[in-house]
Design a protein around this ligand. Sequence first.
Ligand SMILES: *[C@@H]1O[C@H](CO)[C@@H](O)[C@H](O)[C@H]1NC(C)=O
Length: 295
Amino acid sequence: MTIRKTSLALLLGAFLAAAQQCPQVHIFGARETTAPAGYGTAGSVVSSIISAYSGATGEVINYPACGGQASCGSVSYASSAVTGVAAVASQVNAFNTKCPNSVLVLVGYSQGGQIMDDAYCGGGDTNEGLSSTAIPISAAAQKKIAAAILMGDPRHIPGLSYNVGTCQASGFAPRPTGFQCPYAANIQSYCDAADPYCCNGSDANTHQGYAVEYGAAALTFVKGKVNAMLSGTGTGGGSTGTSTSTTPPTNTGGAGGAGTAAHYGQCGGIGWNGPTVCAAPYTCQASNAYYSQCL
Ligand SMILES: *[C@@H]1O[C@H](CO)[C@@H](O)[C@H](O)[C@H]1NC(C)=O
């Protein structure tokens, strides 16, 4: 009996010590096809977020990032992407189990954006043979994801509330028409018209330029979302937030996007380019300067 109590206390002590080592913010980064192991072109974005939060940590998604090239082991794009989606889910779930209170951020570049998109939004990916439409990230971990940054995501389709950039066409592995991500309010997806992978252009340099072009905007967006979650006013999306503010939203992101935002969708805030009108009967309510939501 005494022995059992002692070992229990030891276990609890070890658990508490481990919990204390958890960062306030943890960032997952996924690189683009054929980039060497690491964050790839998403690296500067990941670093800027880590630098913004004392003690924040980052983690590379471990997946082939290949499109059939010999340099990455001749793994097909489809196989690499499907492996990647599973890797995102297992790494995010494992981290959330270890550190359930840490706020999480996803950053993905090109194929890395596709696997983050698929893992966070679900819906399956018939382009790559991923038939399960479920979100593979656990419900608990989903709630701790404050923001997802997608750059040059081949799943791009026009008209989504979180699209940023000049692209008005689809990428090479597009979402089906009418697709809605349940976490739309937490996402920014950067894609310009000249991009041959997330759009229908022909300038590969455009595809490689998003970290420079949109890095500052992405950091501002992530900080708004992370700060809201850290202060308890943000939600992982999908669940009800407690906003008591009735201040009208300020849209400083230029002309508001077309269409209306759904219940719980984002409808304003600094950097927001999406819709600023809510579907009836909901009204747009400001949670903070960076985030207004349809409630
Ligand atoms: C790309 O798609 C848009 C929207 O459909 C179209 O207006 C544009 O002409 C296309 N560009 C190219 C280069 O095909």
